[in-house]
Design a protein around this ligand. Structure first.
Ligand SMILES: [Zn+2]
Length: 310
């Protein structure tokens, strides 16, 4: 995933300082959690301390607490594991060995993906695998499914369109427990969408929100075609068109107008999220990044269009 500011592309990673101890008071059941977060974020095997410890209870609504993701245990024979993860297999191995491997992989995963920059780096790597035909389909095996019974620790929230050609888990090559995906036609916001995003950030502690538009978006196209006269649209589709309408540039025509509206709409949605009172303090503290991006159907590449440059 690369940064694109109009015609400019920049690297997607850099440095973002972490934070110290933080306290979460969440509107979902008034859950209050104290979670330690390492100030530094060394990436890779053995680096940093991540959010282990108190995090064992984090996001866990099932009895018994437990582990989060095991990205290495894909369960597919011959499938390459990511560097720094454990290549588990689903059958035949000693359960205790498997459990140890799952725990080790989970610890490394937490170290890697607890900051905005680490989360973005993983999404960029996943999209690179996707568009080059080297998908790993991580986090689908039986061991991962078992580990996720006890809780979840998604490292990013992706707000995307409902378009069947742009499923976030596929275009970012992520698995179970990795992404909290929220999808609405044209990634339009409403109270349910906003509440879902806030849930992922405040209760599940995801450090990154990606607003993901895409080339050839039908919802945006409908809004552009209607251009304010939504009488011909089904009642509930009117809402979508009206929400997208402010992104239309009347100085453009045809395909250029549609394509610009996709990008402008993502920018508007991102700006709204950054300003949300539930999210703004985390953004200001560097604990949360909200970026805009778009998926290109032709290249299968996710390109950043707005947000902080790390
Ligand atoms: Zn769409």
């Amino acid at each position: 995933m690369e940064h694109k500011d109009e015609h400019r592309r920049e690297p997607v990673v850099g440095s973002v300082a972490g934070t110290g101890r933080r306290r979460l008071i969440c509107g979902f059941g008034a859950v209050a959690l104290g979670v330690g977060l390492a100030a530094a974020d060394p990436v890779g095997p053995g680096g940093g301390t991540g959010r282990a410890g108190a995090d064992g209870k984090h996001g866990d609504h099932s009895p018994g607490g437990g582990e989060g993701r095991d990205r290495g245990a894909s369960g597919a024979p011959g499938r390459p594991a990511e560097p720094g993860t454990v290549a588990g297999r689903d059958g035949g191995e000693d359960p205790e060995v498997r459990a140890d491997g799952a725990r080790a992989a989970d610890q490394r995963a937490r170290v890697r993906f607890t900051t905005p920059e680490a989360a973005l780096r993983e999404l960029a790597a996943g999209n690179r695998r996707w568009r080059t035909g080297r998908e790993q389909h991580p986090g689908e095996g039986a061991a991962v499914r078992r580990s996720l019974v006890a809780g979840q620790h998604p490292f990013a929230v992706v707000l995307g369109c409902v378009d069947s050609r742009v499923p976030p888990e596929l275009v970012f090559d992520q698995g179970l427990g990795d992404l909290l995906t929220v999808r609405s036609a044209g990634e339009v916001l409403d109270e349910a969408v906003l509440g879902s995003i806030v849930y992922g950030v405040l209760e599940l502690e995801a450090p990154l929100v990606v607003v993901l538009g895409h080339q050839g978006c039908g919802a945006v196209a409908a809004a552009v075609r209607a251009d304010g006269d939504t009488r011909g649209l089904p009642a509930h589709v009117r809402y979508l068109a009206e929400q997208i309408r402010p992104a239309i540039d009347h100085g453009l025509t045809g395909q250029a107008r549609l394509d610009a509206a996709v990008t402008a709409h993502v920018r508007r949605v991102r700006a709204r999220l950054v300003a949300e009172p539930d999210l703004a303090p985390r953004v200001a503290a560097g604990r949360l990044a909200v970026i805009g991006a778009r998926y290109e159907l032709t290249s299968q590449r996710v390109v950043r269009i707005d947000g902080p440059t790390f």
